[in-house]
Design a protein. Structure first.
Length: 429
């Protein structure tokens, strides 16, 4: 099916009455949500900083002593799966946003899972699994919002505070609060953005970002400092690159979902599956590539943004290793590997066609992420917050094209589109 483009529109929901009581209640409810958002932002910002600081220490230990830790990825996988199998019904390694926006009766269960997700992420990184970092923060933020909503008797509190928690988690981790707002809103409600989400999400995202910076967390900020000469060749290559980014992101989401099924069909025993996959990934990564593709892929990002010290094999290998590691059941996330895939792919395209390497690496960084998560506004703001608002036109064009060509795939397989191709951005009040 072809994606249809619909002009964004504002829809009025609910009663048309606008009396004094309505406005008074609206102000009171909004104030309560904003105070909750401030609290969530402070808590999640501190959590993000603490979590990432420990993860940085773990990564440093692995990089200093790779032969002491990477060979034990298989055994780490056995422990991770045992913990999930013993203490929960959830599958380890699953990437989901399992929040339905109603009063979540499973919130306490999810809260008990968070320590396992945190420990599993640290252990996976220590032993060189090719995974990201965000799962623990995203689950913690969403669960905290869901738990707080249970104490309130306000309309839509579960939806609003869950999105608020998701925005806080993203903003605190990556230092891109505007992108965090739209990411949380887009993935929670595929197809439209509810206006009621925006103010609490904005407060939590900016607060979380500020708190995590104060405590101390490494975040990528890189002004490109480029003067770009626009020509016909440049525009053609830019558009073709955007199509490639969209296909790459959509393919990643598609393969992640289906490789999980394939591995489970080939190796039905989950303990054997995670052990053998971990052995394969760790052996190839360590003994053939000296651990270059172990961890989240930040080294690939820095190489790409540093001027193109990457090759086509970097894009392919981080792509494969990340899918295998997560499909087997290891903990972590996909955001930073997606950034690395996009940045390295963009750098390679730029070198092939003699284009500005740093610019195309930055565009790929944002566009592949957007294509894989099936979001539109989030990657645009992600790009400009990190690389500079003066490059907004380029990020806009590339992310829109990538979004159209991603095959309507998403890594969040449990978030159903509510509008048929595409989930067009309709703004609802």
């Amino acid at each position: 099916m072809k994606k249809k483009i619909i002009i964004p529109q504002i829809k009025e929901i609910g009663s048309p009455k606008r009396g004094f009581k309505y406005y008074t209640e609206n102000i009171v409810h909004t104030t309560i949500f904003c105070l909750c958002a401030l609290f969530i932002g402070i808590v999640i910002g501190a959590f993000d900083a603490a979590f990432m600081n420990v993860l940085s220490l773990v990564t440093g230990v692995r990089e200093q002593y790779p032969f002491y830790f990477i060979p034990f990825l298989s055994f780490a996988g056995l422990l991770i799966y045992f913990l999930f199998d013993r203490f929960s019904r959830e599958k380890s390694g699953i990437i989901s946003l399992d929040f339905d926006g109603e009063r979540d009766e499973k919130a306490k269960t999810k809260l008990r899972l968070i320590p396992m997700v945190i420990f599993g992420t640290w252990l996976t990184h220590l032993c060189g699994g090719s995974v990201g970092t965000e799962n623990a923060a995203i689950q913690t933020g969403g669960t905290l919002g869901s738990l707080i909503s249970r104490k309130l008797s306000l309309k839509d509190s579960a939806k609003i505070l869950t999105v608020t928690g998701l925005a806080a988690a993203f903003g605190g981790l990556f230092g891109t609060p505007a992108a965090a707002i739209f990411f949380a809103a887009e993935v929670f409600s595929p197809g439209y953005i509810e206006v009621t989400f925006l103010l609490p999400a904005m407060i939590s995202a900016y607060t979380s970002d500020w708190v995590s910076r104060m405590i101390g967390i490494e975040k990528i900020k890189s002004g490109l400092g480029l003067s770009i000469d626009i020509s016909v060749d440049f525009v053609i290559i830019l558009c073709v690159s955007a199509i490639v980014f969209g296909i790459a992101g959509g393919l990643f989401a598609f393969l992640l979902k289906n490789i999980k099924k394939l591995l489970s069909a080939i190796i039905p025993n989950p303990y054997l599956k995670i052990f053998l996959t971990g052995f394969l990934v760790s052996s190839i990564s360590l003994y053939i590539f000296n651990g270059r593709y172990s961890g989240s892929g930040m080294n690939i990002i820095y190489d790409s943004l540093g001027g193109g010290n990457v090759g086509f094999h970097d894009f392919i290998l981080i792509f494969i290793f990340t899918i295998l590691t997560l499909s087997a059941g290891y903990q972590g996330g996909v955001f930073i590997p997606l950034f690395a895939i996009g940045a390295s792919l963009g750098a390679v395209i730029a070198m092939l066609f003699n284009m500005p390497v740093v610019l195309f690496a930055a565009l790929g960084y944002a566009a592949v992420f957007g294509a894989a998560t099936n979001t539109l506004l989030a990657p645009i703001f992600l790009g400009v917050e990190i690389f500079g608002y003066e490059y907004m036109p380029y990020f806009f064009v590339v992310c829109v094209i990538a979004y159209i060509f991603n095959g309507n795939c998403s890594i969040y397989t449990n978030r159903k589109n509510r509008i048929v191709m595409p989930h067009l951005l309709m703004i609802k009040k």
